[in-house]
Design a protein. Structure first.
Length: 385
């Protein structure tokens, strides 16, 4: 694909970085499992490859695909989403710097900042990223080196104005980073809205089949990309070739999967919103959601994650343990539907902090099964409360 800008998203997902094998004509590029590469004389590298930690053709293909999907110049594939975040944060931050973090984010991100980088001298301040005046006030009070945005957020599905935050962050001299895991580039492209960097847990919607762990950093900033690549090379947090290939395979169906995830999630959210045992539903596709209008402008769909509040913590636990088609498990974004109790699962690390998740909250990752079957499963679990 010589000119990615000339093609639509669906075509990019299938073809970017996926040129046929030149020696055999194989339509699907091979998995390069070699850990090292022959040199044509000392320092005579073939296409830049010397050792598996510094580069691998399968990983290169995925990185071209990731960059094309997000509209960035540089894509970097990692062993996990947290490995991607860690390399980016260490490339940018120095002791004494601060990160301005949303009040509703993935617990692992907070843990990385507070417990790993905190003792190194990095500060964390928390603000509601969906409240632009509040963000502006905090930045005026004291600048931050990084403005870290999740939208939709995890697990309360808050919607933040990426373009507005980019303006505020840049005016304050901050690097604006958007975790685009929940939306995926099929529904939202933060770089086009002014963000500097996008991060992903490719484990989720990009891989899409709950069979691979990975992460990514995408940016248009060449100098920053070089710094991140150096840290990845020096510390070794690379995605293996099979993991890269599985992620590439998943991405090829991303557009059509996200359409089905969004359709099913909308049906589930509307069912839950009308159910007498459900206290509240968090889903930006609902007109009652405070971020609905912004999400409709900033996204091309509302995604596959729905959260709901029940009467109390015990009711939430019973519900999460009662579904059958929704499998009780961590993670999200796979073709199968999952149910998660954040307080004790994905967000246990933020218990007792200002990012703590309500104990009555349950998060659903709505898969691509029959919507009728999913609703019947939820109805049965609710009826058993």
């Amino acid at each position: 694909m010589t000119n990615p800008a000339a093609h639509g998203f669906e075509s990019l997902a299938v073809h970017a970085g996926q040129e046929a094998d030149p020696s055999t004509g194989a339509v699907i590029p091979p998995i390069h499992l070699s850990s090292t590469y022959v040199q044509d004389g000392i320092g005579g590298l073939r296409q830049g490859y010397e050792y598996g930690r510094s580069g691998n053709p399968t990983r290169t293909a995925l990185e071209a695909q990731l960059a094309a999907l997000e509209g960035g110049a540089h894509g970097i594939s990692f062993a996990s989403g947290l490995a991607a975040e860690d390399a980016l944060l260490r490339a940018v931050l120095r002791p004494g710097d601060e990160v301005l973090l949303g009040s509703d984010v993935y617990g692992g991100t907070y843990r990385l900042l507070a417990r790993i980088l905190g003792p190194w001298g990095v500060g964390v301040r928390v603000v509601d990223m969906s409240d632009l005046p509040a963000v502006a006030a905090v930045l005026i009070e004291r600048p931050a080196r990084i403005l870290w945005v999740e939208t939709p957020s995890n697990p309360l599905l808050k919607i933040s104005d990426i373009a507005g935050l980019a303006r505020l962050g840049h005016d304050a001299g901050a690097l604006v980073v958007v975790d685009n895991t929940f939306a995926s580039p099929a529904l939202q492209r933060p770089l086009a809205l002014g963000a500097d960097v996008v991060v992903h847990s490719t484990t989720k919607y990009l891989g899409g089949h709950s069979d691979v762990v990975g992460g990514a950093v995408v940016t248009g900033d060449e100098a920053l990309a070089e710094q991140v690549r150096f840290l990845q090379f020096a510390a070794g947090a690379v995605s293996g070739p099979l993991d890269a290939w599985l992620t590439t395979r998943g991405i090829k169906t991303l557009a059509i999967r996200m359409q089905r995830h969004s359709e099913n999630a909308d049906a589930v959210a509307r069912f839950l919103a009308a159910h007498h045992r459900v206290a509240r539903v968090y889903y930006p596709g609902l007109e009652s959601h405070p971020g609905h209008d912004l999400a409709a402008r900033q996204m091309t769909g509302f995604g596959g994650v729905v959260s709901l509040a029940l009467a109390d913590g015990p009711a939430a636990r019973r519900f999460a343990e009662s579904t059958r088609l929704f499998t009780l498990a961590e993670s999200l974004g796979g073709v199968e539907s999952l149910v998660n109790y954040p307080d004790e699962m994905t967000h246990a690390s933020v218990r007792g902090t200002e990012l703590a998740v309500p104990v009555e909250l349950v998060r659903l990752s709505v898969g691509i099964e029959s919507a009728d079957d999913l609703i019947a499963d939820l109805d049965a679990a609710l009826s058993a409360l």
